[in-house]
Design a protein around this ligand. Structure first.
Ligand SMILES: [Zn+2]
Length: 154
């Protein structure tokens, strides 16, 4: 018996005894096997993955460059390029995305705000600290926010 065989055996044994419990659902078992395989360092097989994302696992191509997605007055949607003060509601209404799914899609870290800095004083302060401060009020209102004004929250 090789090393990897014994691992696979162990996963099967654990899954089988777990499955014998009356309170366990099929989904629980799939999740457990998936977890065990990850912990044993085995590659997951597609048919076993219990969490296929509804919108596909591939990272999407942003409509506009990510570094331009946050200005002082607006946060631009990377799916469609529209600007909003608060992106979260738009994501759900227009794209059926949660904030987490959106971040995953474009590889955004938690540091990227989804609320315009001018809309949230706390985040505005943070945005200046991380370098978005170059978009000061003058530049932002003279810039593209002029043309995007009619595309506010629907
Ligand atoms: Zn959008």
């Amino acid at each position: 018996m090789t090393k990897s065989d014994s691992k696979a055996d162990l996963v099967a044994t654990v899954a089988a005894s777990y499955a014998a419990r009356p309170d366990v659902t099929a989904d629980d078992i799939v999740a457990l096997v998936s977890k065990l395989r990850r912990e044993f360092g085995e590659p997951e097989q597609g048919s076993v993955d219990a969490r296929p994302p509804a919108h596909g696992p591939v990272r999407a191509e942003p409509a506009i460059p990510i570094e331009k997605a946050v200005t002082h007055d607006k946060v631009f949607c990377l799916c469609c390029g529209k600007g909003f003060k608060m992106l979260k509601r738009h994501l759900g209404a227009e794209h059926g995305l949660t904030e987490a799914a959106y971040r995953a899609m474009f590889g955004l870290s938690e540091d990227v705000p989804l609320v315009a800095p001018s809309y949230s004083n706390r985040k505005a302060k943070y945005a200046r600290e991380v370098g978005f401060g170059k978009y000061d009020r003058g530049e932002a209102s003279a810039g593209r926010s002029e043309t995007e004004e009619n595309q506010s929250i629907s």
